[in-house]
Design a protein. Structure first.
Lengths: 310, 277, 405
């Protein structure tokens, strides 16, 4: 700027210390210097939310496992007792129900893994890019169709006069009386959680690049061997992550067994205790069972590194 | 990468057949629902009694359906906004800082999804009842949103942190070197590279909230979301045709957001470190 | 480090606060004026105030019809027009569920409930429902004499609701499978039932009373007098019978739609039912019939009760007044299959059904009502010289889980 145009005072070159810093700039600078404050600002809200809304509520719930219920009014009383746990352990039926639930959860997980792996493998490694997008879309789309309606669809399909038996009759293959049974529950759960299992496996297969296959072939392995000793170990985080979904979702579900089954699962008993009998202490005690099981499962999964693939 | 044939031909054919079979398994029940949406009679028997479009009109004119749909959308938006904020904050904290309990944060955030939904539902229900006696908390859209947001946080968190890990930190450093303060760096450098991850996370969070019934049963009181309307009406035989119609319409309409989410999660952030496949 | 400790301390404080809590308040029950059953009558309203514009009800299915099921049966729309109270209803499948729903939010979520005897006493004892001024219900004097002050809704002369419908749990069967009309509950309870795999039962602990009722007739040595007042031996015998029954059950029903689906699809052929399902199935031209077997039946007499902390008390009073109109009760009775409690409704019922008003509905028949073992909450006090030795409902609930296995 021409020194003669400024009114004679000369251009004041702004000294660095007097340069205008916007308020936002000041705040940024503060946080840049005080890392602890920045961490508190970042971590505070989410952690605060989780602690107050979730952990607080969860702890309260599991505390109530040690309380009892008034026999007449069915209201919760803060009378400390271990009776709920005694009932759980002493009565055979709860063990049966827990084992049945875990058994079905395991069966569902295995079925889902068997079904999911070829689809994930095909989508990741064999399909052309456009087909891959289409495949992934097709896997995710059913998740938008309402879980309840999908369960109900299976009920309609599997019932005595439903589509399955109608088809079997047309093919002269007899009839299957699985309308309300554990088979029906297994089928339904396998169906429901399949997309949740496919996606993590697909994501983890991404890490297995072509060079691994080539190296393995160079070392003399067949595809099957490569699959067994290279691909699956590398995809393990995704496999474990997928299995977490199918196992956990089956363990806690109370709606599907009621709609398509005729036996009790942990979820049913807990739901009836809470929503109907208001025996929250007992429900909380019984709910600790799947929580403990999932805790163990998650701990094992963490050891296998599955949380990176979630 | 998929066009370089590293798998033997037999395997490729086998995988293709298996995939078709699995996809068929996934879609047959959906097609059954679609079929029943056109069923003329109320009874859900097989074979269908007749073909009719009347249930579409009935469902559309049903006030309960529309208000339930509106509630679901409101709840989804609310939960998504909260999840976006809290999830990104947590992701930044875990990615940028090394602090005591860092591993535990991921574990903590995944708990609402990993633990059985009924446990989350029971816990929140008791907490709301408890809060009701302490400071007059009511079952309402607010409690629904709080419940949904709690397990949607982890979905956004995972997406954001995965993207952060793939974005080189040299860029933020360069930005600082050029004189930008923290906020300017965030606005001009970090945020654009995260944008698509945030959108993908938001869509997934919305999807989770939109179809949620297990926890919502415990946190909603008399408020109805779409899944809750479906749950109530599946038990009323006269309303089942409308339920089928609603389910079918939701699937067809959700094709668009699902497609967008899929494309977004595939594309890289604008500064992503390239990795060979 | 510090953050970790801070959160730990905060959590600990929260837990301690929760555990020590205040007074006698329990997590989730009401803490309002209804806390004791001995409230003073001076606090009862002397007139019904202006409507609040809304009403939230918990009801048995079929009790609150607005024409969306059948345009000919609608007693909600005229009520809404008259009073401006927009009705929202939540259907309950069991009394237990209804009690639970009623207590949500300290009783501030729902205004009223159509409570059966096994819910009503619990609600009164828990302070969840408030005393009703029956002077505000002009037709109260027309109620059947045995339902004017029944033990299930009147304590110490205080009325806690207005009676609605009553009826039996009948034995429903498909006529194409069960060729001869059964006269006994035996095909449902026997392990050798010819209909094994097609039997159904009500999925609620209260069903244990049905087994006890059966044993009362078939095992008189047990000495069962009241199927809800069972000593340990009697209770164990009932549970054994139910476990035997479990072997022939195809599927239990809890939502009435499950039973309708089951019978319509042929998965179920015989079992206990409410008259409502019989009506619906016959309306859909399914081959079903229902009988009252010789051993007797359990049943229910329902009362509309108002929450102690009802958000819309005036609308609730209007609803109670409305449902105590003879025409309304006759309409409900015709739809559901239950019997009105108003003697004045019997004329309208006779117009609808002719002789069936007497033979099927037993309208106004106090004698028939007294023979039904109405649902009530089992309590330790046997009410006779056996003292406090009877099994209480929480035991029934636990045992029911065992029965289903």
């Amino acid at each position: 700027m021409d020194p003669r145009l400024d009114g004679g005072e000369g251009i004041a070159e702004p000294a660095a210390a007097e340069r205008e810093i916007s308020p936002l700039g000041r705040i940024s600078a503060f946080f840049h210097r005080h890392k602890g404050a920045k961490l508190a600002l970042l971590l505070g809200p989410p952690l605060g939310w989780m602690l107050v809304v979730y952990l607080g509520a969860l702890s309260l719930l599991f505390l109530s496992a040690f309380w009892s219920q008034n026999p007449l009014t069915a209201e919760i009383e803060r009378v400390w007792t271990l009776n709920n746990f005694k009932d759980l352990v002493g009565n055979d039926v709860y063990r049966t129900i827990a084992l049945r639930t875990v058994g079905v959860a395991a069966a569902v997980t295995i079925a889902d893994l068997i079904l999911a792996f070829p689809l994930a493998y095909y989508a990741q490694r064999i399909a052309r890019p456009r087909v891959r997008t289409l495949l992934l879309l097709s896997v995710v789309l059913p998740l938008w169709s309402s879980y309840l309606v999908r369960v109900y669809a299976w009920r309609v399909i599997l019932s005595g006069n439903g589509i399955l038996n109608w088809t079997l009759a047309k093919l002269h293959l007899g009839q299957l009386e699985i309308g309300y049974s554990t088979w029906a529950i297994w089928l339904t759960f396998t169906y429901l959680w399949l997309p949740f299992v496919v996606l993590p496996i697909y994501a983890s297969l991404e890490r297995v690049s072509g060079s691994f296959f080539e190296a393995s072939a160079d070392l003399g392995a067949t595809w099957l061997t490569t699959l067994r000793r290279v691909v699956i170990p590398m995809a393990m985080p995704g496999i474990v992550a997928g299995s977490i979904f199918s196992f956990s979702l089956t363990l806690g579900d109370y709606i599907a067994p009621q709609l398509v089954g005729n036996t009790q699962f942990i979820g049913n008993v807990v739901y009836q205790s809470v929503g109907i009998a208001n025996d929250i202490p007992f429900a909380a005690a019984f709910a600790l069972v799947p929580v403990a099981i999932m805790g163990l499962y998650l701990w094992g999964a963490r050891r296998l590194g599955a949380f990176e693939a979630l | 990468m998929s066009t370089t044939n590293l798998e033997p031909r037999g395997v490729r054919i086998g995988m293709r057949i298996a995939s078709i079979f699995v996809l068929a398994f996934l879609y047959i029940p959906l097609l059954v629902i679609f079929l029943y949406a056109f069923n003329s009679s109320v009874a859900q028997s097989w074979p269908l009694h007749g073909f009719s479009l009347k249930w579409f009109g009935v469902a559309w004119n049903n006030d309960d359906v529309r208000s339930a749909l509106l509630n679901s959308i409101k709840a989804g938006l609310g939960a998504t906004v909260i999840a976006l904020s809290l999830g990104s904050l947590a992701a930044f904290a875990v990615h940028r800082f090394n602090f005591f309990g860092r591993q535990t944060v991921s574990f903590l955030l995944v708990l609402p999804i990993a633990l059985p939904g009924i446990v989350t539902g029971m816990a929140l229900n008791s907490a709301i009842n408890f809060g009701g006696t302490i400071f007059g908390l009511h079952f309402s859209l607010f409690t629904i949103i709080v419940g949904h947001a709690t397990f949607c946080i982890v979905v956004v968190y995972n997406n954001v942190i995965a993207r952060l890990r793939r974005t080189p930190t040299s860029l933020t450093e360069a930005s600082m070197d050029l004189g930008a303060n923290g906020w300017q760096t965030f606005r001009n450098v970090t945020f654009p590279s995260l944008a698509t991850a945030l959108v993908a996370g938001a869509l997934l969070a919305f999807a989770l909230s939109f179809d949620e019934i297990v926890v919502t049963n415990f946190t909603s009181g008399t408020e109805t979301t779409l899944p809750k309307w479906i749950y109530n009406n599946l038990r009323l035989p006269n309303f089942r045709p409308q339920v089928n119609v609603v389910a079918m319409v939701v699937v067809l309409m959700s094709f668009i957001p699902v497609y967008i989410a899929q494309r977004l999660s595939e594309t890289a952030g604008i500064f992503e470190r390239g990795e060979g496949r | 480090m510090i953050r970790g400790r801070l959160f730990a301390v905060l959590t600990a404080i929260m837990l301690v606060a929760a555990a020590c809590g205040g007074g006698d308040d329990t997590t989730g029950s009401n803490n309002g004026t209804g806390g004791d059953t001995g409230g003073d009558t001076s606090s009862l309203p002397t007139e019904i105030g202006p409507g609040e514009g809304a009403l939230n009800l918990i009801a048995w299915v079929g009790y609150v019809e607005d024409g969306s099921n059948d345009p000919n049966y609608d007693w909600v729309t005229p009520f809404e027009k008259d009073t401006g109270c927009k009705v929202k209803v939540k259907y309950g499948d069991t009394s237990d569920e209804m009690v639970q729903l009623m207590r949500q939010g300290g009783g501030t979520v729902y205004d009223g409930v159509s409570a059966s005897g096994d819910a009503s006493v619990r609600l009164i004892a828990g302070g969840d429902v408030q005393e009703i001024n029956t002077d505000l219900i002009p037709t109260y004097g027309d109620v059947m004499s045995s339902l004017q002050e029944p033990g299930h809704n009147t304590i110490d002369g205080k009325h806690y609701g207005v009676p609605y419908l009553w009826g039996p749990n009948v034995l429903m069967y498909r006529t194409d499978v069960v060729k001869e009309a059964p006269t006994s509950w035996e095909p449902v309870f026997s392990g050798d039932s010819p209909y094994a795999g097609q039997v159904t039962a009500y999925d609620s602990p209260i069903y244990i009373a049905d087994a006890a009722l059966y044993l009362k007739a078939h095992n008189p040595d047990l000495g069962i007098t009241d199927p809800y007042e069972l000593t340990q031996d009697q209770f164990d015998a009932a549970i054994d019978l139910l476990k035997e029954q479990n072997g022939v059950i195809g599927k239990y029903w809890v939502g009435y739609a499950d039973e309708i689906d089951g019978f319509a699809a042929g998965d179920m052929a015989i079992g206990t039912s409410w008259p409502y399902q019989v009506n619906v199935l016959q309306g859909e031209k399914e081959p079903v019939e229902a009988v009252v077997p010789d051993e007797g039946v359990t049943g229910w007499a329902d009362t509309w009760m108002m929450s102690s902390n009802a958000p819309h008390p005036n609308c609730m009073y209007e609803w109670m007044k409305w449902t105590m109109e003879p025409d309304v009760q006759a309409e409900v009775g015709g739809w559901f299959g239950g019997t009105p409690s108003l003697t004045t409704a019997c004329d309208a019922l006779k117009d609808q059904f002719g002789k069936a008003a007497d033979t099927t509905y037993h309208c106004g028949d106090d004698a028939f009502l007294s023979e039904i073992a109405l649902w009530k909450t089992p309590v330790p006090d046997c009410g006779d010289d056996r003292g406090e030795t009877c099994i209480d409902y929480s035991e029934w609930t636990r045992a029911w889980t065992e029965v289903k296995g």
